[in-house]
Design a protein around this ligand. Structure first.
Ligand SMILES: Nc1ncnc2c1ncn2[C@@H]1O[C@H](COP(=O)(O)OP(=O)(O)OP(=O)(O)O)[C@@H](O)[C@H]1O
Ligand SMILES: [Mg+2]
Length: 137
């Protein structure tokens, strides 16, 4: 798997390019510690889908949905999920049926509810380099 170290600007550029290369439906998982840059990368990937209309509230929620010219885009942040059973209440089946782009932070909390075929990204802090993150894809 490729690995590279990126500043925030470089990571955003990578995310926009990666986002443009995606075809729907696709699931992308983003692993990494708190502050590793998952949401930063999600925003870049989502932005690359074209004009996006925020559908859910910008305040904290587990699922945010956007419409893009390419289809529906879901951003799931499972950090506060206590049990994979809660996924049903979040509309998991509908998300799986939507054939959109699904970007999942903290995917391990979904246990085996994720589809088998995902693009797995991982971000890590780099010791002594607070402005850099290591991305594995
Ligand atoms: N090279 C970098 N890439 C991404 N973010 C960086 C980088 N350098 C510094 N940062 C900063 O690190 C923070 C990353 O925050 P972000 O919300 O994207 O992380 P996260 O992985 O989604 O965290 P959480 O698990 O809390 O959701 C931001 O404040 C960003 O400005
Ligand atoms: Mg985040």
């Amino acid at each position: 798997m490729p690995v590279a170290e990126f500043t925030e600007a470089e990571l955003v550029r990578w995310g926009e390019e990666f986002g443009r290369s995606l075809t729907f439906p696709t699931w992308v998982t983003l692993r990494g510690d708190l502050g590793a840059g998952k949401t930063t990368l999600v925003r870049a990937i989502a932005r690359a889908q074209g004009m996006l209309e925020p559908v859910t509230s910008p305040t904290y929620s587990v699922v945010r949905e956007y419409y893009s010219p390419r289809g529906r885009v879901f951003h799931l942040d499972l950090y506060r999920l206590e049990d994979p059973e809660q996924l049903h209440q979040l509309g998991w089946e509908e998300i799986r049926r939507a054939k959109g782009l699904v970007l999942v932070e903290w995917p391990d909390l979904a246990a085996d509810a994720l589809p088998g075929d995902v693009v797995a990204l991982a971000l890590e802090h780099v010791p002594d380099r607070p402005d850099v993150r290591r991305l594995t894809w």
